[in-house]
Design a protein around this ligand. Sequence first.
Ligand SMILES: NC(=O)c1ccc[n+]([C@@H]2O[C@H](COP(=O)([O-])OP(=O)(O)OC[C@H]3O[C@@H](n4cnc5c(N)ncnc54)[C@H](OP(=O)(O)O)[C@@H]3O)[C@@H](O)[C@H]2O)c1
Length: 276
Amino acid sequence: MSFANQVAIVTGASSGIGWELAKTLAAKQCAVGVVARRKDKLAALVREIEAAGGRAAYACADVAERHQVVPAIHSLRDQLGPIDLLIANSGVGMATTVEPQNIEDVEQMFRVNTLGVVYSIEAVLPEMLERGSGHLAAISSLAAYLGMPGESGYCASKAAVNSYMDGLRIQLGGRGIDVTTVCPGFIETPMTEANNFKMPWLMKADKAAAMIVRALERKKKIYNFPWQLSLLIKFARWLPDWIVERALAGKSGVRKENPDGFSHCLPPSSTACSSR
Ligand SMILES: NC(=O)c1ccc[n+]([C@@H]2O[C@H](COP(=O)([O-])OP(=O)(O)OC[C@H]3O[C@@H](n4cnc5c(N)ncnc54)[C@H](OP(=O)(O)O)[C@@H]3O)[C@@H](O)[C@H]2O)c1
């Protein structure tokens, strides 16, 4: 299955994996609608795609705000045509602290990482159901499979995405709509560039995007990669807590110096369009 002459929406396309996903799809003659908060970055991406002969449009939205993301995606549908593929990729990562508890950060991760996926799907699903065709994809994380110390909020927000997508996939079976959950390991993006601990099997964002698009073309239900880290994380679920704690000790030490720990957070924006 190819995405040529189809229309895709990629949220969180102003940076990292989303940026590369948009370019990879556009190179396959797919028209791409890109969504995020930073207007200047989205405009630059659209210019780059158009300069390479592709078709693209952008709309600014905070995916945590239902009243922003639904109309933004509808405006891209109006410009590009009926949406065949949604990749809900927007995400933020912050450490979870206990002294004090940073509840606002945890709320923000659930709003962007989990509800952002729910609202993006809301924008495209009714028309996909009407047509009896479409493909929903969410970029979750291998962190969904293991609640890690100092990352409880991030891991939980991604675990919720996995469950949401699992349920939808079964519910939409037989309606012509494919559902894919993508769980990457460490990818080189602004989200991970603040990490100063060793990230095993760290992968370039363009390579990750190519692998994700290939998995979508194959209509994979769940795509965990790289397989080595996926295996390790699933195995760790069966280990006693003290072994996991020891294995992550180096990372916890780093977290004290770098409060962002596992991932680097972009500050939330209160307006739909910004040029941070
Ligand atoms: N990098 C990794 O190692 C890794 C591993 C596993 C999973 N992931 C997941 O992959 C996805 C992409 O991450 P990345 O590594 O490419 O990070 P990134 O470079 O920091 O990009 C994050 C993207 O999300 C957008 N975003 C953040 N908050 C948003 C909001 N409130 N509304 C709309 N868009 C928002 C950002 O755009 P604006 O700031 O312009 O809004 C940006 O385009 C995330 O869901 C992340 O959790 C990443």
